[in-house]
Design a protein around this ligand. Structure first.
Ligand SMILES: [Zn+2]
Length: 273
């Protein structure tokens, strides 16, 4: 049956057609953020174009405890193991990437640093192919520092935020081992270090100082051991409960270094004035 359309309706239909066409063309030209699945269902969606991907603000270093890269890769890619890492640096300096930097690799586990308890969400993890009982070859550390320079520049990670797994999980972990060259890393601009610290003030509380550095105050003895593993390395230091004057001076000096190096030189955080 022939349907006769009133001229007014025809004009309305044409108008709607052109509006639809214009909106389709606009959609093709301008990238409008789409609502992602991880959204609160009770919230009304009013998209803003002013955003970018979340970024890591820490780097956490590990050693694999394996004899070779193949064994480490088997662990780090097995669905049954439930652990992963962003980068694996082999003994010969070859670098493998296993997880995209914008994704949350499962390397830190239950953790604490300065009150943050989900370091997986805040960090990029790097495994070093090392048993834990051997020195780190020069070629491996050279490759690591080149990787760190690239990551630090792209993510704007402050110098103070390059940490050991043992620093953020002191009761469970002791990697990387005492053979890891933190001093060399700090000289390259990654991590803080104090060479010859001046004595701490008399009223300085080194236990509070460890907490202010970031160590977990709920695990004071483990935190002290992790601090010594990273910064002291003296023989038998791990069995001593009291913090001596040399260590107190070191903690005090590191606190000052942390205060001066907790913000990256180029701050590109975008926000309204
Ligand atoms: Zn680890």
């Amino acid at each position: 049956m022939f349907l006769r359309i009133h001229p007014f309706c025809r004009r309305q239909a044409l108008r709607h057609f052109f509006i639809l066409l214009a909106s389709l063309l606009l959609t093709a030209c301008v990238s409008v953020p789409q609502r992602e699945s991880a959204s609160a269902p009770q919230a009304g969606w009013t998209p803003s174009p002013n955003f970018d991907a979340r970024r890591a603000n820490y780097v956490i270093l590990h050693h694999t405890s394996n004899d070779n890269v193949t064994d480490a890769l088997n662990t780090l890619t097995s669905p049954l193991k439930g652990v992963s890492i962003h980068y694996l640096v082999s003994r010969d300096g070859t670098i493998l990437q296993l997880v995209d930097e914008t994704r949350r690799a499962w390397h830190a586990g239950a953790s604490w640093w300065g009150g943050q308890t989900d370091m997986n969400s805040a960090s990029i993890g790097i495994e070093l192919d090392n048993t834990g009982d051997e020195a780190y070859p020069d070629i491996q550390i050279t490759a690591l520092t080149a990787l760190l320079a690239d990551i630090a520049a792209r993510h704007n990670i402050p110098r103070a935020n390059f940490l050991a797994h043992a620093d953020v999980a002191p009761a469970r972990k002791s990697d990387p081992s005492a053979l890891f060259p933190w001093e060399r890393l700090a000289a390259a601009g990654f991590g803080i270090w104090c060479e010859t610290p001046a004595p701490a003030p008399e009223n300085f509380d080194p236990r509070l100082g460890l907490t202010a550095l970031g160590y977990d105050p709920r695990q004071p003895e483990a935190a002290l051991a992790a601090f010594r593993l990273h910064f002291v390395r003296a023989e038998n230091a791990t069995n001593r409960h009291e913090i001596n004057a040399v260590e107190a001076a070191l903690i005090h000096c590191l606190l000052k270094a942390k205060a001066e190096n907790s913000v990256a030189p180029v701050d590109d955080i975008r926000a309204l004035p």
